[in-house]
Design a protein around this ligand. Structure first.
Ligand SMILES: CC(C)(COP(=O)(O)OP(=O)(O)OC[C@H]1O[C@@H](n2cnc3c(N)ncnc32)[C@H](O)[C@@H]1OP(=O)(O)O)[C@@H](O)C(=O)NCCC(=O)NCCS
Length: 186
């Protein structure tokens, strides 16, 4: 993908190359994923993941059917994954772009890769939509998803991890808002 970025008084063209993840990408994928995740997590025990690389790898890879990386100049600068759900939709997840390469349409290229994959699945299966959920409060992911054609189909207040009970105090002070986005393919 040829990305075009307006930067101050000049413009520069950046070529973003998408390819399938390979195990040799582990180090860079973990770093970018970890940095992106930590930006979303204000201050919770989840930050402990920072010190447990084996858990990070498990979290990055768990329930993922396809994982792609984006490259600029031969370096891995972002990742995204897709997971096929039983209800016929495909979930976009693990979107993260290296801080040093933001606002160069890498996020768009990653999102388009998942949409391309989903359209391919839709042509030969019952796949009907791409969905995603985010607990991000920053504007960046929300604007990115809207730019990719997603629409917000619901907001869950007090989202919690399935199977995990929280105390009254935690429920009162640890508040999370979960936005649900969707693109219909058919
Ligand atoms: C969200 C994220 C993936 C965006 O990656 P990116 O490569 O910088 O995004 P792009 O350059 O493709 O931006 C596409 C559009 O998204 C919006 N956008 C991206 N970053 C933005 C920001 N900081 N503020 C406002 N809008 C932003 C803009 O509309 C942008 O288009 P424009 O540059 O023409 O204005 C990146 O900021 C990131 O990795 N954040 C941390 C992890 C995270 O939040 N992941 C999402 C989890 S749900």
């Amino acid at each position: 993908m040829q990305a075009h970025k307006a930067n101050g008084n000049f413009t520069e063209d950046v070529t973003v190359v998408m390819r399938r993840y390979t195990p040799s990408d582990n180090k860079e994928v973990l770093r970018i994923f970890q940095e992106g995740m930590m930006e979303m997590v204000a201050d919770t025990a989840f930050r402990g993941l920072l010190y447990h690389p084996e858990s990070q790898l498990l979290y990055a890879a768990i329930t993922v059917h396809c994982l792609w990386v984006a490259e600029i100049g031969g370096s891995v600068v972002g990742l995204v994954a897709a997971h096929c759900l039983q209800d016929g939709s495909i979930e976009l997840l693990r979107m993260s772009v290296d801080r040093r390469f933001r606002r160069q349409r890498v996020g768009v290229a990653l999102g388009q890769q998942v949409l391309k994959f989903a359209r391919l699945c839709a042509s030969s299966s019952t796949t009907t939509s791409v969905v995603l959920g985010t607990t991000a409060y920053m504007a960046a992911p929300h604007r990115l998803y809207l730019a990719l054609g997603f629409r917000c189909v619901g907001i869950t207040e007090g989202f919690s991890t399935p199977g995990i009970e929280r105390s009254l105090l935690e429920r009162a002070f640890y508040r999370v808002r979960h936005h649900h986005y969707k693109v219909d393919l058919k």
